[in-house]
Design a protein around this ligand. Structure first.
Ligand SMILES: Cc1cc2nc3c(=O)[nH]c(=O)nc-3n(C[C@H](O)[C@H](O)[C@H](O)COP(=O)(O)OP(=O)(O)OC[C@H]3O[C@@H](n4cnc5c(N)ncnc54)[C@H](O)[C@@H]3O)c2cc1C
Length: 668
């Protein structure tokens, strides 16, 4: 277990400072308690400082902020010319609200929160000699860690010190983990992580072993704070009257008038610890009311193994497919308005606690992996070092960002994201998959866009999910593509997978309500075409006022074959005409048929070599042969059942000795 970096008690007696970062709350904040306690115990002055760092707001691809020449990265790494902002004005406004809320809480306890704009190393470096700064470390982000290092050096130069605390950003405390955060010891899958932490089966229940790693209880907010320093001259200090004005602060943070206007016109949840807690309580109330929550959604393409069961669904899979999400708490967790430990503790009696644990553990999985991967998380080849053909076609990427790909579900998602900063899990996953495997674009361009626009952007969650969707998260057996392979090959190999995913979305929303909401061009298009407007006959398109190519873009991937009916989808000839033979793999319980190309795509999606797809194809039976074989087996089963039934009646009638019955029955 890596221990916290060593620190030295400063010589002189400057103030004890709580440097607030992604821990914008007072409840369950161990860092706030430590800073307040240390100042009181040592009889020193105390101060609280929050800093808007321009490097985390401006345009820059990941890693360039604190490592401009990529000196700390792999030699081959080059900046990609897709300079998103790192934070859109909407999220900056949300953060401002969160900062104001914590400032108000502190003010009610007689403490002033100093809010500054500038580089933390310069602002904190200007503290009086001998200051002691406490902060919640952010080991999941190398950029944040670099900033911590810079701050530490600046402080040390002035005889001050930085103390980085684990805090309560994670569900588990680092010291309670039963493994080290390195490649050798970290569990290699989500299931393994659950088991290592002591959860009996994280996929179906919320029971854990007696030896399970503990989730520490939330701690109360500090009740007493030290006196303020007599004076504190901080560079970049934002005056109180400016802080009260959203537009003025956003402009001061470098946003253009247009960006400010858009952000102020957008609807977004109110930031701050009280709002986060109110949301949690309201959500808990609804959970307890609903009690029995049956499984209703269509489950294609969700990681549910055998598919949905009957009755109550404690894991709440259905909510993964709904555009409004489930707890809808991620934006508060991302800036620390509430802690995962508090959610865990409060939800313990809720009927869907299993779902809460399951999801918080996904969060933990990505956080732990981000620490383990370090800078590797941001490489094109990902932590798994997977070589694949990639495109950085700016036009295609821009069409995706703008929601103008000509694929309605994708466009609806991308527009919702731009306009609200929100996208449900399923939308994030499908749009990401579409960018990477449908358009063949460098996955980082998508991750940068999400980083910019998501209200709940969180480094570990965003990049962790992106490398997983792009299948570069771990070394994959045969996951590498030949050097000669082109982006076209990649896209072709994944076309049917994209069709499968989009068909699942079609089944989730057959009337296209979600699409109509975000893509007004398709409002008048009939239900049967709203997911695939390219299939509309010309006269239908003219009647509903939506001509493809002029009113709404033609699909960038060409016409796709979508069907909301799983069986029909499997039967439909949705592949190129030269690839029409369909086969069924005898071990595939679903009984679906696949074309040769689909078997190869399946293997590629699993990160397997082409040879694996060929093997599956060779092991499979043609649909006719499968049918024949199936009928033969059915006849055998029927015959055996008849024999068994005769045997049973004989046993009942007492005409067969028991030993014979057992042996016969076993044979049957
Ligand atoms: C490409 C991609 C990018 C993503 N980027 C982010 C991001 O920047 N920030 C972010 O918070 N989530 C991200 N997610 C994960 C997930 O989509 C959101 O956490 C979830 O949709 C938030 O909605 P909710 O609060 O209703 O979640 P719920 O389903 O109610 O889950 C509760 C909490 O558990 C955590 N959680 C749930 N699912 C995941 C998951 N798959 N991975 C990690 N944590 C999870 C979140 O903190 C979430 O708030 C991303 C997913 C994908 C596929």
């Amino acid at each position: 277990m890596a221990s916290a970096p060593a620190w030295k008690r400063p010589r002189a007696e400057g103030p004890v400072v709580w440097w607030l970062r992604n821990d914008l709350r007072l409840e369950d904040n161990p860092v706030a308690r430590l800073a307040a306690g240390e100042a009181l115990v040592d009889g020193r002055a105390g101060a609280a400082i929050f800093i808007f760092d321009p490097r985390f707001l401006d345009r820059s691809p990941y890693g360039r902020v604190t490592d401009p020449g990529f000196a700390k990265s792999i030699k081959t790494r080059r900046p990609v010319t897709f300079g998103n902002r790192k934070c859109c004005a909407l999220r900056a406004r949300f953060m401002l609200q969160c900062v104001r809320a914590v400032a108000a809480e502190l003010a009610s306890r007689g403490v002033k929160l100093h809010v500054c704009y500038g580089l933390p190393e310069e602002i904190l470096g200007a503290l009086p000699n001998g200051s002691m700064v406490y902060c919640q470390q952010e080991p999941v982000s190398v950029e944040c860690t670099d900033v911590e290092d810079n701050v530490e050096s600046a402080l040390v130069r002035r005889g001050s010190a930085l103390r980085r605390e684990w805090g309560a950003m994670s569900l588990y405390h680092r010291d309670d983990l039963p493994f080290r955060l390195d490649d050798r010891e970290m569990p290699n899958s989500f299931t393994e992580l659950g088991l290592a932490l002591g959860w009996d089966d994280i996929w179906s229940m919320a029971e854990c072993s007696v030896w399970a790693a503990p989730v520490r209880s939330p701690v109360a907010a500090p009740t007493a704070f030290a006196r303020a320093p007599r004076s504190l001259d901080l560079p970049g200090l934002l005056p109180d009257d400016l802080l009260a004005d959203d537009a003025a602060v956003l402009r001061r943070l470098g946003y253009s008038d247009d960006e400010v206007k858009d952000a102020l016109g957008q609807e977004a949840p109110l930031g701050g610890e009280p709002s986060a807690r109110a949301l949690l309580e309201a959500w808990l109330g609804r959970q307890c009311m609903s009690g029995d929550n049956p499984q209703t959604a269509v489950f294609w393409d969700l990681p549910v193994g055998a598919g949905p069961g009957e009755g109550h669904d404690p894991l709440q899979w259905a909510n993964l497919a709904r555009p409004d999400g489930w707890m809808r708490v991620s934006h508060y967790l991302a800036v620390g308005c509430i802690s995962a430990r508090e959610i865990f503790a409060r939800a313990a009696d809720c009927p869907n606690f299993n779902g809460v644990v399951h999801r918080l553990l996904w969060r933990e999985w990505h956080r732990l992996n981000a620490i383990r991967y370090g800078r590797r998380l941001f490489w094109l080849q990902g932590p798994g070092w997977v070589e694949r053909p990639w495109s950085s076609d700016a036009e295609l990427a821009e069409a995706w960002r703008q929601g103008r790909t000509g694929v309605p579900y994708i466009d609806a998602c991308m527009r919702e994201l731009r306009q609200t900063g929100w996208l449900a899990y399923k939308g994030r996953k499908t749009t990401a998959y579409f960018l990477v495997f449908g358009l063949g674009i460098d996955w980082r361009l998508g991750a940068y866009h999400f980083e910019d626009t998501l209200l709940d952007y969180d480094c570990a969650m965003n990049y962790g999910n992106w490398v997983t969707v792009a299948a570069v998260d771990k070394p994959r057996r045969g996951g590498h593509w030949d050097e000669e392979a082109t982006v076209k090959d990649l896209v072709e190999a994944h076309q049917s997978d994209i069709e499968w995913k989009l068909s699942a979305e079609m089944a989730n929303d057959p009337s296209g309500e979600y699409i109509r909401r975000w893509v007004p061009e398709l409002k008048g298009v009939a239900g049967e075409y709203v997911h695939k407007p390219w299939a509309m006959p010309d006269d239908v398109a003219a009647r509903c006022g939506c001509i493809i190519g002029s009113d709404y873009p033609a699909p960038l991937m060409g016409p796709l074959h979508l069907s909301a009916d799983e069986k029909e989808w499997a039967q439909e000839d949705h592949c190129a005409s030269e690839d029409t033979e369909r086969r069924i793999h005898p071990k595939d319980g679903s009984g679906r048929s696949y074309t040769h190309r689909e078997f190869l795509a399946y293997a590629a999606a699993k990160g397997e070599k082409q040879a694996h797809g060929e093997r599956l194809w060779n092991e499979s039976l043609s649909v006719q042969d499968f049918q024949k074989r199936f009928e033969e087996l059915e006849a055998v089963i029927e015959a055996k059942e008849r024999e068994l039934s005769v045997l049973r009646s004989n046993i009942v009638a007492g005409t067969v000795p028991m030993e014979v019955e057992t042996a016969e029955a076993k044979a049957a």
